[in-house]
Design a protein around this ligand. Structure first.
Ligand SMILES: *[C@@H]1O[C@H](CO)[C@@H](O)[C@H](O)[C@H]1NC(C)=O
Ligand SMILES: *[C@@H]1O[C@H](CO)[C@@H](O)[C@H](O)[C@H]1NC(C)=O
Ligand SMILES: *[C@@H]1O[C@H](CO)[C@@H](O)[C@H](O)[C@H]1NC(C)=O
Ligand SMILES: *[C@@H]1O[C@H](CO)[C@@H](O)[C@H](O)[C@H]1NC(C)=O
Ligand SMILES: *[C@@H]1O[C@H](CO)[C@@H](O)[C@H](O)[C@H]1NC(C)=O
Ligand SMILES: *[C@@H]1O[C@H](CO)[C@@H](O)[C@H](O)[C@H]1NC(C)=O
Length: 387
């Protein structure tokens, strides 16, 4: 039965897409005769052709119906859907994700319509884990539309961003002896709070990545350094969305702002605290491109001392396009953690350095003074909220 479906649907698809190609060609010729592609008449043409393409997208999606639920993960196909332009090369298999609980549906592997990537959807983890080469993980939290048994990510641009950052990187899991020392930052509840902030940032189309001591803790010990006092994440300055700050100011967020330093174009940093759950301070840094002679040679985040002194923490050109598992939560991280960590903490990064003996503005190997805000500017750029 199923085999027949494949045999019949493919020629049909080919035929229908050829038909549509033919029709659009006709429109184009008419346009060429009557207009010369400038001004108004191009708009109705575009609308018409989009409507036609939409039919192809719909019929294409329908042609991917299967006996078990599957997830469309083919980025090229998703991008075409997003543009309502499904002039697909026929015969090319479409990449779909299949939950390992359907491993027994082995006929899928023989189905030439598909390239199958199995994934696990563990209730203890907030990400889907794809058994691809390389291994990929993406947040679970995204909505889909169902076309028969095919789940299509509803926000295609968001899904593409997830996929861009999906490559899994492992941590070192070094044993750090710390007999009897006090745990100020319990790993599980603090990671849980950080994952909630991650989700709020994603809702505002920002893609945060671990930085500073939180990156070091994940990489070195696959956890959170127990004597640290806060967590650190960064967002590229060009992705910054002020709406997120406004939401917090309007009490529409699960986080409140404790400190706000700098300007969004220079040394911007927020310290946030959750309103519910384990109380942990999270520093969110904007990461800036370091441009020298017209090219990006490094990235940096800022810091501000109470006297107005600005600090600059420099990194090699930043590549936060990999994904990590921190106590069951997905976080994006640099794809070259060793390089970034050596730059900040030096060759002996694998030795524990007590937080109480670590100076935020002089211990890092990558920190330099970077000018000073004036007294007048400090009134604007150094805000501490007592709440
Ligand atoms: C899609 O597949 C399911 C499961 O095999 C089936 O019940 C359904 O009728 C199919 N839909 C179409 C339009 O073929
Ligand atoms: C993963 O599992 C959850 C239930 O735990 C379910 O709601 C969700 O749709 C699943 N996602 C995928 C892509 O299979
Ligand atoms: C903020 O919102 C919460 C409910 O989300 C409410 O309980 C609280 O009173 C609000 N606080 C202020 C200061 O408006
Ligand atoms: C940042 O923006 C302010 C105005 O909002 C401007 O005065 C300042 O020069 C800018 N700083 C940098 C580093 O571009
Ligand atoms: C930038 O260009 C100038 C003049 O060509 C040169 O002296 C300087 O070393 C360059 N700086 C960097 C970081 O390449
Ligand atoms: C570092 O910051 C502290 C305040 O947190 C300040 O007292 C000290 O002077 C700063 N050190 C340097 C080297 O700037």
């Amino acid at each position: 039965m199923r085999k027949h479906f494949v045999l019949f649907s493919f020629p049909f698809l080919l035929l229908s897409s050829m038909l549509i190609f033919y029709q659009t060609t006709v429109f184009r010729n008419q346009l060429n005769e009557e207009n010369d592609y400038t001004g108004g008449p191009i708009v109705p043409f575009m609308k018409r052709s989009l409507a036609l393409h939409y039919q192809t997208c719909e019929s294409f999606l329908n042609s991917l119906n299967t006996t078990v639920p599957v997830l469309l993960i083919d980025v090229d196909v998703l991008k075409m859907l997003d543009e309502n332009a499904c002039n697909l090369p026929t015969g090319r298999p479409t990449k779909i994700g299949v939950d390992v609980k359907y491993l027994s549906a082995t006929w899928l592997l023989q189905d030439s319509r598909f390239e199958i990537v199995y994934y696990t959807n563990d209730t203890e983890k907030d990400f889907l884990d794809f058994r691809s080469e390389p291994r990929k993980i993406i947040p679970k939290k995204f909505s889909t539309c169902w076309v028969e048994n095919l789940a299509v990510p509803a926000d295609i641009k968001l899904f593409v961003e997830f996929w861009k950052r999906a490559k899994f990187v492992n941590c070192m899991n070094l044993h750090i002896p710390r007999a009897g020392s006090k745990v100020r930052m319990p790993a599980r509840p603090s990671s849980e709070v950080l994952s909630r902030l991650r989700d709020e940032l994603i809702e505002n189309r920002m893609f945060p990545f671990l930085n500073g001591g939180t990156l070091l803790g994940w990489y070195r010990e696959c956890s959170v350094i127990p004597h640290t006092l806060d967590m650190d994440i960064s967002v590229f300055a060009e992705d910054f969305n002020l709406n997120f700050v406004e939401q917090m100011e309007q009490n529409l967020s699960d986080f409140r702002i404790k400190r706000k330093f700098g300007m969004t174009n220079d040394s911007f940093e927020l310290t946030l605290a959750p309103k519910t759950g384990f109380k942990v301070f999270i520093d969110v840094f904007l990461m800036y491109k370091g441009v020298e002679n017209g090219s990006v040679t490094h990235h940096w985040v800022g810091g501000v001392a109470p006297d107005g002194t600005k600090y600059k923490y420099s990194y090699p050109v930043y590549d936060p396009f990999c994904a990590a598992d921190l106590h069951g939560h997905i976080f994006w991280v640099t794809c070259t953690p060793n390089e970034k960590i050596v730059k900040e903490y030096g060759q002996l990064w694998y030795l524990d350095h007590l937080t109480s003996k670590y100076s935020w503005n002089s211990s890092g190997k990558n920190v330099k003074k970077n000018g000073k805000w004036t007294k007048e500017q400090m009134k604007m750029v150094y805000k501490v909220f007592k709440r």
